[in-house]
Ligand binder design. Structure first.
Ligand code: SF4
Length: 242
């Protein structure tokens, strides 16, 4: 394929093969640089800045063209991929190659979603805290309380847009006992269920690769009784420890 005249998406990194980033499909993962939040458990802190991998988007598109039949899907992750204004055209270009298209987002820019949702097949939406607790959102993201309140409202709006869109998505929350106590997790489950969410993945925070690692989490968190209570709220609850 000749070099694409498509958008110059900034590329901070590429995972050529993943079986976990788009559930049920083999995918490549394209990492987009830049994120204004500073989550303590962030596994890609270097991508919070506008780093470049040296990979040019047209070259990456050419590579994807050669992966047709070998991969099912391409996932755009970050950083916060929705920050890049070139993302909608990039999704269209990838879809035209015949791949399913996925997005990982923290839901911070709901106004960008209407241009993205029609060309997405699946979204992984980070739910970092209860939907209305600005102090907890601030502790997790490093944002001052007023900005954290706006961030929480943005996540809520993104969730509403996803639910309205009817496309497949997964709400996922990275959790740690120092951030998410029993009451917070139960409130999150209740709020997500009330919004119409059926499927919630809990991912235990891991210290590896974090800029400010939290202590390792024991197998006793969340407790079996808390997991039972969460399962009572949420029809499909998944717990991921790695
Ligand atoms: S929102 Fe995501 S990319 Fe941004 S700091 Fe938090 S975990 Fe990292």
């Amino acid at each position: 394929m000749s070099k694409s005249a498509g958008p110059e998406l900034a590329v901070a990194g590429l995972t050529r093969f993943s079986s976990v980033d788009y559930p049920g499909y083999l995918s490549a993962v394209v990492f987009i640089p830049g994120c204004p939040w500073r989550c303590s458990y962030c596994h890609n802190p270097e991508m919070q800045r506008r780093v470049s991998s040296g990979i040019q988007w047209p070259d990456l598109l050419d590579w994807l063209h050669r992966r047709k039949g070998l991969l099912d899907a391409v996932v755009f992750s970050g950083g916060e991929a929705t920050l890049d204004p070139a993302l909608p055209e990039a999704l269209i270009a990838v879809r035209a190659l015949g791949f399913k298209v996925g997005l990982h987002t923290a839901g911070m820019l709901p106004h960008r979603l209407p241009a993205l949702l029609p060309v997405l097949d699946w979204v992984g939406l980070d739910i970092k805290s209860t939907l209305d607790d600005a102090r907890l959102m601030g502790r997790i993201t490093g944002l001052p309380t007023a900005a954290a309140a706006r961030a929480g409202a943005a996540v809520k709006a993104s969730l509403a847009l996803l639910l309205e869109s009817g496309i497949a998505f997964e709400c996922r929350s990275t959790i740690h006992p120092q951030l998410h106590d029993e009451s917070a997790l139960l409130t999150m489950a209740r709020q997500l269920r009330a919004a119409g969410v059926q499927h919630w993945a809990l991912q235990i925070a891991r210290p590896e690769g974090c800029a400010n690692p939290l202590p390792p989490v024991g197998l006793d968190y969340p407790s079996p009784s808390l997991l039972d209570a969460l399962r009572w709220q949420m029809p499909e609850l998944i717990l991921r420890r790695d």
